[in-house]
Design a protein around this ligand. Structure first.
Ligand code: CIR
Length: 262
C-alpha cells in the first residue's frame, strides 16, 4: 500500500478493438487475442486499485490501435504535466482526451511543432532528474521543450542512449530513490546515477516496473527477476501481461499516475 492518505490517481484506457493493428518496432507481429488482452488489462486495473490507486477510465478510442498505452501521452510531475507529441503519427490523436482530464489536476505544458516528438515511455523521473531515452520515438527538439517547461521547477533533463528496444522504460525503470532495475545491454546505465539492479539475463524485457509508493507492480512473465527483487526486500505484485506484450507494451504503458499534492 502507499503511505499517503490521498490516493494516487491512475488514468487508464480500455484496449482498442483495433489493437491488432498496433505499432511494432522491435518485435515480430503475431496475432493478438483481444479478449485475453482485455482480461489482462482488467486484472491490471484491479491490481492498481488493490494497491491503493483511484482509477479514472479515459474514453475508449477504438480507431487508435495503441490507445491502451496511455503512458506515452503525458509526463506527470508534482508541479505540472507535459502532454507529449507521440513519435508514431497513428498515436497523436490519443493526447487530446488525456489533456482534458490531466488539466483538472495539473497545469499543462505541451510538446509542439512538426519536428518534436516524445513518448512518455521514454521518460524515467528520479527526483529532480528526468531521463529521456534517445529512441526512435523521442528526439532532441522535444527534449529541449521538456527541459524548458520543467527548469523553473528545478528539473534537469538528460538524454540516455538506448538500443534494441522501443522505449527507455522497456530497458529500465525506477524502483526506489536513485535505484533502478534494467537490462544493461539496452541502455547506458552510466547516464543515470544511482544503483542499477540487473534483470535476469534470460528475461530481457524484465526491466519494466510500475512503482507505487513502496510497492512494485510487474509482469508475471519474469519470475526470476521478480524473485530477485523480492529477495532484495521489495514488495512485488505481479499480473499476467503477455498478451499486451504482443503489442510491444508492458505494465508501465497502461497507466498514467497522478500523485496527490505534496
Ligand atoms: C507502440 O509501438 O507505440 C505500442 N505498440 C506500444 C507502446 C508501449 N508503450 C510504452 O512502452 N510506454
Amino acid at each position: 500500500m502507499t503511505h499517503s492518505s490521498a490516493p494516487i490517481i491512475a488514468l487508464v484506457r480500455a484496449v482498442s478493438d483495433a489493437i491488432a493493428d498496433c505499432q511494432l518496432t522491435h518485435i515480430e507481429r503475431v496475432s493478438i487475442d483481444v479478449e485475453r488482452a482485455r482480461a489482462q488489462h482488467t486484472r491490471y486495473v484491479a491490481t492498481l486499485q488493490t494497491l491503493g490507486c483511484s482509477v479514472i477510465e479515459l474514453p475508449p478510442l477504438h480507431d487508435c490501435p495503441d490507445a491502451v498505452f496511455v503512458e506515452d501521452t503525458a509526463i506527470v510531475l508534482p508541479e505540472l504535466a507535459i502532454i507529449t507529441r507521440p513519435g508514431a503519427v497513428s498515436r497523436q490523436a490519443e493526447t487530446a482526451s488525456v489533456a482534458s482530464v490531466l488539466g483538472e489536476y495539473r497545469p499543462l505544458a505541451t510538446v509542439s511543432g512538426a519536428s518534436a516528438t516524445l513518448d512518455g515511455g521514454d521518460v524515467v523521473v528520479d527526483g529532480k532528474a528526468i531521463y529521456v531515452g534517445l529512441s526512435a520515438r523521442s528526439n532532441q527538439a522535444a527534449i529541449e521543450q521538456l527541459a524548458k517547461a520543467t527548469a523553473p521547477f528545478g528539473y534537469r533533463v538528460k538524454g540516455v542512449p538506448l538500443r534494441h528496444c522501443l522505449h527507455l522504460k522497456t530497458a529500465v525503470t525506477r524502483i526506489a530513490d536513485a535505484t533502478f532495475v534494467g537490462n544493461p545491454d539496452w541502455y547506458d546505465a552510466e547516464a543515470m546515477p544511482g544503483q542499477h539492479l540487473h534483470i535476469s539475463p534470460d528475461e530481457p524485457f524484465a526491466g519494466n516496473t510500475v512503482q507505487l509508493g513502496g510497492s512494485l507492480l510487474r509482469a508475471a512473465e519474469f519470475p526470476r527477476t521478480n524473485a530477485q527483487l523480492k529477495q532484495a526486500g521489495y514488495d512485488v505484485h505481479t499480473v499476467p501481461a503477455d498478451e499486451l506484450a504482443r503489442a510491444e507494451g508492458a505494465v508501465t504503458c497502461c497507466s498514467l499516475l497522478i500523485s496527490p499534492p505534496c
